[in-house]
Design a protein around this ligand. Sequence first.
Ligand SMILES: [Mg+2]
Length: 225
Amino acid sequence: MLFLFDIDGTLLRRMPPAHRQAVCDGARAVYGVELTPPDLGQTAGMTDSAIAWRLLTERGVPAETITRGLPAFFVAAAEAYERHVPADLRPYQIAHVTEALAWLRERGAALGLVTGNIQRIAWTKLGAAGLAEWFGCGAFGDEAAAREELPPRAVARARAVFGRDFAPERVYIIGDTPADIACGAAGRYRTVGVATGSEHSLEHLRACDPDYLFEDMRGIRTIPL
Ligand SMILES: [Mg+2]
């Protein structure tokens, strides 16, 4: 089986706003658009690409200009993130995460990521949090604006990295927002909601009808594997 984890609100939370600042810095460097972290508004569950599209469209940047600038934007944002990120993000690990990862690994599960983060930001963030080495593959927010496009990419990569096939019913998409549940359901994968994020309560996630729903990562142990 393959477990694909979201990052923000699922593995880590309440971090200083280095990622938001990085998006602002990237937008200024590449598009000349001035933003501050609060301008990003509600971003839970969104890919960094979708966040960039929303902000830049609101500021009147034409679609073709956005598209042309995105590769440079991803690099500029990642470089800015590396300047702003605290050296140690371990204090922002959500409780019970490492125990859940260890429990899954002991049972032979392959572990990966499905995150809206730009890939380079994702690995920097997880490295600073001491979590990077758990994950063998992933799909990331600089690969598509629509989160639904990410799980199939992550599953294809897992096949290459782990050297085995994963049937959809053996793939679990884990996250803290309705968007995580929706992207898993779109690919007919198993969906796991965890109410550890800042925006969505257990009741809110229940309305999205995930296959499994937990208050925190301790619930992972109740999945019959
Ligand atoms: Mg999240």
